[in-house]
Ligand binder design. Sequence first.
Ligand code: SF4
Length: 279
Amino acid sequence: MLQLSLFDPNPTPARPATQGNADVIYADASAILARPTGRLADLDFVINPYQGCTFACTYCYAAFFVPEEERRERWGQWVRVKTNAIARLRNSRQNLHGKTVLMSSATDPYQPIEAKLELTRSLLPILAKRGANLAVLSRSPLVTRDIDLFQTFDRINITMSITTDSDEVRKRFEPQCASIDRRFEAITQLSREGFRTRINVAPLLPLNDARSFADRIRDAGVSRVHINTFHESSGPFASGTRQPALAIAKEMGWTEHRRERVLRELTHYLNRNGRRLAA
Ligand code: SF4
């Protein structure tokens, strides 16, 4: 059931103040549809229903988009709910017909608070009704909850981020995220339901076995795999909250040389036997 009433002008009191150990903040946003830039520039719009993300990945670059220093430093310990997101989208005059809208670029639209608030879910019928194409990007198995609404889009692709084949490694870099098994189960289910699916290995983390990881990705039925690695020398990965991930990488011997070697191996196994999955 859609919980639109949570975001009505006269909201019900069911607005959790915390999510686990994180603060939940409720605030209006100045806009909900944004024009993507940089590597996302080939998309038409991006929607981030939330600011912040309680998945708290140690490598997350999205922290750098937060203007307040205190919030950048506390990345993962708060999430801001865009309370007027539904009204903003409904009232937007943008022509969305045939336009690709990404959910999301700087937050996870299916992070834990979404299970309670259903804000992402509430935006989907508005996008479908206006003829938008949807691109979903998440690290969460909760994405399968919205299969019924995904089926109302003419064009949709769903990407699951899975960065390693080792839950020990996952627990170091992204301890609040779901297990690797649960993420594979979710994306496999979506593939079987007939959706166009992808896996992001971004960033590539240490692997137990590149070949079996590639086999598992291939068995998930995805049409494309995007892989990228850490960058230590320039850009947002070089500073701020990026440092915790770099420290863990150093401790684990995840050197540039090793990353490049594993990247080559994984790409080779993903593209073997005439089936090219990784660019
Ligand atoms: S799930 Fe995505 S947005 Fe959330 S902390 Fe991890 S990398 Fe950042």
